[in-house]
Write a protein that binds this ligand. Structure first.
Ligand code: NAD
Length: 499
């Protein structure tokens, strides 16, 4: 049995806590490795190494720091297939999807190569006689991030690329479900020339997370995962005086107007609803057709598309639509929620409950499900299922459809399908959701914009990547200086007007 490690102070080190978690192969249901779960002493060692290394890294000029990321991007390209293979093996997503996971993180590393430009401060010349004011952005020091299982490459990179570019040290606590790729990424950063201690990976569970939250040296915490844990980390981290940003769960609605191209909308819904087995925070899990006729037609177009989906392990080829879900517990939870949908009266028009794949009976595969006539009070509507389950909620008007998305507690992503510019514009302006697609099902912004939801999908003031990330990983210092007159005329005892 392979025993994974931590990556502390530039070394792959074995866990010393004596606690481990199983890393599964979701396609076969077998345990493929054991990952150590860190205790506080192991986290303390990482923090000490980070604290020792960070001042010298902060003193490296931003252009040289950016060059490390340039090299890192080259290495990601070199090792793309190797990384994607490891990612698919632990997560279960298809090989092309695993490459997409890496690519979307790589693009943030590319964006952060602009650090010299992004970190330029502001300067006011001659704010008063002989007085200049300038603001600079300085790194926070030791920073940390806690990441979910569903994007084990992309989300760590969203955090550590800007953190490092800004001159911080970064400690990553990745998901214990698929820790291999984060460990590989740390190795590549070091190969790219990052000094020891600037990137570290400490594997673990709540114990390691709490060690981060209560550590007095760690200045900031980034979190992506489910909403209850996001709330816990945000509350606890803020109470400890840290800068915290937490991104949580989702229930993303797609509104389909009567004038939409329904073939296009059905294709989009199948990709966005079932891709990655629905284990995406930007997956569409609720389709809201407007009008009974739209709903009937859409349903007729969805059913054959869903029935044609190819569900298989990533090894079965590039035409696989989706693979297994991540654990047996995830599968059980999805099927439990499907049962509540049936019990609460939703119309299960595609039933994937009996799905089984020959030769992979012990894998965590879940067949696709489509519910029609779902209502607001049902558990399948209120809860994030995080599986291949799409719910149709029929709305009688645009206002009713808009109201549904507005009233839901989550506000990560949403989309509208229409040919009418006025409706699309109204929707984009009024909806209380952070990321909006107009005839685009999964509107994940590119690296140079920012990513973040509203309502219970995000906690904190700044989004991930884009310009916000340079703000999150730095603090502003403003200097007012007077040269050369100094104070040779003697001290001043009142605020001077800058005239
Ligand atoms: P999770 O909340 O179970 O775990 C996320 C991280 O928190 C992991 O590193 C885990 O070890 C840690 N953790 C788990 N339980 C903890 C506890 N009790 N105390 C402290 N730390 C704990 O989430 P997951 O299942 O890995 O990921 C899926 C969730 O992430 C979904 O809800 C999905 O919507 C969300 N997600 C959100 C975004 C976003 O940007 N909004 C992106 C990706 C995933």
């Amino acid at each position: 049995m392979q025993e994974l490690t931590h990556f502390i102070n530039g070394e792959h080190v074995k866990g010393t806590s004596g606690r481990f978690a199983d890393v599964m192969n979701p396609a076969t249901g077998e345990v493929q490795a054991k990952v150590p779960l860190a205790n506080k002493a192991e986290m303390d060692a990482a923090v000490a190494a980070a604290q020792a290394a960070q001042p010298a890294w902060a003193a490296v000029n931003p252009q040289r720091r950016a060059r490390v990321l340039m090299k890192f991007v080259d290495l990601l390209h070199r090792d793309m297939d190797k990384l994607a293979e490891a990612l698919s093996r632990e997560h279960g997503k298809t090989f092309p999807d695993a490459k997409g996971d890496i690519q979307r993180g790589l693009e943030v590393a590319e964006y952060c190569i602009a650090a010299p430009q992004m970190l330029k401060g502001e300067y006011t010349d001659a704010a008063g006689p002989g007085i200049d004011i300038y603001s600079m952005r300085q790194p926070l020091g030791v920073t940390a991030g806690i990441t979910p299982f569903n994007f084990p490459a992309m989300i760590p990179m969203w955090m550590f690329a800007p953190a490092i570019a800004c001159g911080n040290a970064f400690i990553l606590k990745p998901s214990e479900r698929d820790p291999s790729v984060p460990l590989m990424l740390a190795g590549l950063l070091e190969e790219a020339g990052l000094p020891k201690g600037i990137i570290q990976v400490v594997n673990g569970d709540k114990e390691a997370v709490d060690a981060i939250l209560y550590d007095p040296i760690i200045q900031s915490v980034g979190f992506v995962g489910s909403t209850p844990i996001a709330e816990y980390i945000y509350g606890t981290g803020c109470a400890q005086g840290k800068r915290v940003q937490c991104f949580g769960g989702a229930k993303n609605h797609m509104i389909i107007m009567p004038d939409a191209d329904l073939d296009q909308a059905a294709d989009a819904l199948v990709g966005a609803g079932y891709g990655a087995a629905g284990e995406r925070c930007m997956a569409i899990s609720v389709a809201v057709p407007v009008g009974e006729e739209t709903a009937d037609k859409l349903r007729d177009k969805l059913i054959p598309r869903i029935e044609k989906l190819k569900i298989a392990p990533y090894t079965a080829g590039v035409d696989v639509d989706y693979g297994p879900v991540v654990t047996a517990a995830a599968k059980e939870n999805i099927l439990r929620l499907v049962q509540t949908g049936v019990d609460q009266g939703a119309d299960l028009v595609v039933d994937g409950r009996d799905f089984s794949l020959q030769g992979y009976e012990d894998g965590f595969f879940v067949g696709p499900h489509l519910f029609d006539r779902v209502t607001k009070d049902m558990d399948i509507y209120k809860t994030e299922i995080f599986g291949p389950v799409l719910s149709m909620v029929r709305a009688q008007s645009y206002e009713e459809a808009l109201g549904l998305a507005m009233d839901h507690e989550y506000g990560n992503g949403t989309a509208i399908y229409t040919r009418d510019g006025d409706t699309a514009r109204d929707f984009a302006n009024r909806i209380n959701v952070g990321m909006v697609g107009v005839n685009v099902p999964i509107p994940v912004p590119l690296a140079y914009h920012t990513f973040g939801g509203w309502k219970k999908s995000a906690f904190g003031d700044l989004n991930q990547h884009g310009p916000d990330s340079f703000k999150f990983y730095t603090r502003t210092k403003t200097v007012t200086s007077r040269w050369p007159s100094g104070i040779k005329e003697g001290g001043e005892f009142h605020f001077k007007q800058m005239d």
